[in-house]
Design a protein around this ligand. Structure first.
Ligand SMILES: *Cc1c(COP(=O)(O)O)cnc(C)c1O
Length: 372
């Protein structure tokens, strides 16, 4: 039997047709009509002035942070429970990430713990909308305003989620998205930055394009990067955007089925949803209480694997990883992060996942419980 993966792209719209069109037109590099169309449509869907397509979600963060002014020796406050790219880009700029615990009500950076981590070197905060749930942006923005620092949203996992009715991507100075193969929308490898400020947009475009002056070809006032995305990748993204409503609603339907079938399994916990949040349905999350379920998260993952079902443990906290565990004078005690990282599991979530497969996954989880 074929293994059920955790994620799989849905490419059954006009993806092939648009890619063929890009190739026929010979616009295969980093200019072309699909790039312009994608940037226009994505900005409009995020409610921002502009969107800038880039090579992936990691360089989206890097370019945005540089454009916001990040310099060597600076500090940036980030959650420890996130994908490593969020902190790595701070290091790329010669700056230091400073970690903060997550709020059990959102699993995102805890605004109540930000202030104690602000120092004279702090230049910004990266708010990650983890596992599709928006971070609590109002108090985060308020603290940033008070200390004259910027906020960058890492929305790699949260396309079209809403915070108090407002779209993520439009809630701070800049926001970044990923279109990696397991994300809600994909083109294989790709990313985007959404911004409202024209000067910031121009700096990002310059950093993306090797630092070249837009008015003067082959004149480079700054050191930039080749962070461009191709017209072929944007052809795929344009097709994905046409079907974004179906893609999101079929993922939501999968969330509902899991919710129903796993609601009363002892020891299986669920992702919280704040009353102001409309999360994006990325990967379905559960937590496994060893005491109450009778098995650890890793034991359950092994049982699923035996049954031909792939799953994914939550991120290892960044303050527990070799590049970051001894970085500074900070003594990190991040209990919520550690607890979630030890118990959280992502279950298969993608538009092609069949109902009978969800039934089988839930049945296996249910019958593997060893209540005491
Ligand atoms: C996927 C992801 C990224 C990086 O995106 P890539 O496109 O893989 O470079 C950054 N942050 C978070 C939270 C992510 O999940």
């Amino acid at each position: 039997m074929k293994e059920i993966p955790v994620a799989a792209p849905a490419l059954d719209g006009k993806e092939q047709e648009y890619v063929a069109e890009a190739i026929r037109s010979s616009w295969i590099s980093s200019s072309g009509p699909f790039i312009d169309r994608f940037e226009r449509e994505f900005a409009s869907l995020c409610g921002t002035r502009s969107a800038i397509a880039v090579a992936n979600g990691t360089v989206a963060l890097h370019a945005a942070a540089l454009a916001l002014g990040l310099r060597p020796g600076d500090e940036v406050i980030v959650p420890s429970l996130t994908y490593i790219a969020t902190a790595n880009i701070v290091r790329y700029a010669g700056a230091q990430p400073v970690f903060v615990d997550v709020d059990p009500k959102t699993w995102c950076i805890d605004p109540r713990q930000l202030e104690q981590r602000v120092s004279s070197r702090t230049k910004g905060i990266i708010a990650v909308h983890l596992y599709g749930h928006p971070a609590d942006m109002d108090p985060i923005n308020e603290i940033a305003t008070r200390y004259h620092i910027w906020v960058l949203e890492d929305a790699a996992e949260a396309h079209f989620a809403r915070y108090k009715g407002r779209l993520v991507g439009s809630l701070s100075a800049a926001a970044t998205f990923s279109f990696y193969g397991n994300k809600i929308l994909t083109c294989g490898e790709g990313g985007a930055i959404t911004v409202n400020d024209l000067a910031l947009e121009q700096r990002i475009r310059m950093l993306r394009g090797q630092g070249m002056d837009p008015e003067r070809r082959y004149f480079f006032p700054i050191i930039g990067y080749n962070y461009r995305l191709t017209n072929i990748a944007c052809a795929i993204l344009c097709a994905q955007l046409e079907r974004r409503v179906q893609i999101v609603s079929s993922r939501k339907a999968i969330f509902s089925l899991y919710d129903e079938q796993l609601s009363d399994v002892p020891g299986i916990g669920h992702q919280p949803v704040a009353d102001w949040a409309e999360p994006a349905p990325w990967l379905y999350c559960i937590t496994v209480s060893h005491n109450r379920y009778g098995r650890t998260r890793d034991e359950l993952a092994a049982i699923l694997k035996e049954g031909g079902i792939d799953s994914r443990p939550f991120f290892v906290p960044l303050h527990r990883l070799p590049p970051y565990e001894n970085i500074s004078q900070h003594h990190y005690d991040l209990p919520e992060t550690d607890k979630l990282a030890a118990t959280g599991l992502n279950l298969p979530t993608y538009p092609g996942l069949a109902r009978k497969d969800i039934d089988r996954i839930c049945e296996l989880i249910r019958k593997s419980a060893v209540p005491s």
